[in-house]
Design a binder for this molecule. Structure first.
Ligand code: ZN
Ligand code: ZN
Length: 389
């Protein structure tokens, strides 16, 4: 390993207790999307203590922040390290975002101490509301990443991999409107909105057989009527479509609308499909930047796994269309433990969780260092970004 990377490793080790404390604070104070006030305050405080200047509420999102080393004014190229810190309802940090925040913070502080006369600058961006809120979409739309050249974070998981695909996603509400009537006395006068929704659901289910491997449609019925003796005049459900390309994702929504249309025709009910924001884009991969992360994973002795083909969605997908971005995973649990679970949450304070946190901080800082110190890598990253969809 070259000298600066060795020093990054030592700096991260020196920060270990502080990073564990940050992760534990977030774990013990879980806050859901756009309510991460304590997290935002705590992270800002730790950053200021470590010589960073912090601006809170960037991009008109109250619980976001943008931090830079006080002695490192904005310049190009800039690497953005991203900190997620939102929790899930009920199970708290079941997605391990406490580790994401602590690792990116550790990477930023360590890199800030080492980078000296490397070209460019570094920023740590606090990106709230990954879980359903699309915080990164709002920040990107507000121009927070406009003067930045690459974005990176790590996500805890059950495999070690420098990158894998993420699906684009549209969340939408389906509503059917019918007419109430006595279910026994005057059924001929009613229009059953629940039947319409169930027919639409059946149509969607039948269509599922014909999806491409990357296509997903899943949903629930949230309202199915008010009493058995009243023909329901209103029924509603929440659904997702997902796909590996924006075109196919949008195509699936049209197919679902056709199912609703068929059900409306069959029952006489009317329907409405209401797309909820944010719409998530699939991850635009950057092979050159992923290769740099892979090199650093190897250097750190992390055994890299094969892609398990399991796909979710993230607002990181949207961000990856604004600037080159990577979203590597490092394991904190065995493959049989799912994300968004109590076991996953508890693993963030395990010995393995702690070790992974430090490895992630090192890997991110080393990859950011590669980007800032190598014009060749920056050129390759730029080329990959232009080439891929
Ligand atoms: Zn999650
Ligand atoms: Zn997550």
């Amino acid at each position: 390993m070259d000298k600066p990377k060795e020093r990054i490793g030592l700096e991260v080790e020196a920060l270990a207790d502080e990073l564990f404390a940050v992760s534990d604070f977030l774990l013990e104070n879980p806050e859901i999307a756009y309510e991460e006030f304590k997290a935002c305050d705590h992270l800002s405080h730790v950053l200021e203590r470590n010589g960073f200047q912090v601006e809170k509420g960037v991009g008109n999102v109250e619980t976001s922040f943008l931090a830079r080393p006080a002695d490192c004014p904005p310049s190009r190229p800039t690497v953005a390290l991203l900190a997620e810190y939102d929790a899930l309802p009920k199970i708290g940090h079941g997605c391990g975002h406490n580790l994401i925040a602590a690792a990116s913070l550790g990477a930023a502080v360590a890199l800030g101490r080492v980078m000296g006369d490397a070209a460019g600058a570094l920023a740590l961006v606090g990106t709230p509301a990954e879980e359903g809120g699309g915080g990164k979409v709002r920040l990107a739309e507000a121009g927070v990443f406009k003067e930045m050249d690459a974005a990176m974070m790590f996500h805890p998981g059950s495999i070690n991999i420098p990158g894998k695909g993420m699906l684009g996603r549209i969340k939408f509400k389906i509503e059917f409107f019918g007419r109430t009537a006595h279910a026994s006395g005057s059924p001929d006068k009613g229009i059953n909105a629940l039947d319409a929704l169930i027919l639409a659901y059946g149509g969607i289910n039948a269509y599922r057989q014909h999806l491409r491997p990357d296509g997903r449609i899943h949903g629930i019925i949230t309202h199915g009527g008010d009493a058995p003796n009243i023909i329901p005049d209103y029924a509603a459900g929440l659904f997702y479509v997902r796909a590996a390309s924006r075109t196919y994702r949008d195509d699936l929504l049209e197919r679902v609308k056709n199912c609703c249309q068929g059900a409306a025709l069959a029952t006489g009910a009317e329907f409405n499909v209401d797309v909820q924001h944010p719409v998530l884009d699939p991850m635009k991969r950057n092979p050159a930047l992923e290769a740099a992360a892979l090199g650093n994973m190897n250097a750190l002795g992390i055994v890299v796994d094969n892609d398990d083909g399991r796909r979710g969605s993230s607002d990181m997908g949207n961000l990856s269309h604004y600037l080159p971005a990577i979203h590597p995973y490092l394991a904190i649990v065995a493959p049989e433990i799912p994300g968004h679970s109590v076991e996953f949450r508890d693993a963030t304070t395990s010995t393995r969780g702690r070790r992974t946190l430090l490895a992630a901080a090192k890997m991110l800082a080393m990859t950011a260092w590669d980007f800032l110190s190598s014009p060749e890598l920056r050129e390759k990253v730029r080329r990959d970004f232009k080439l891929s969809e």
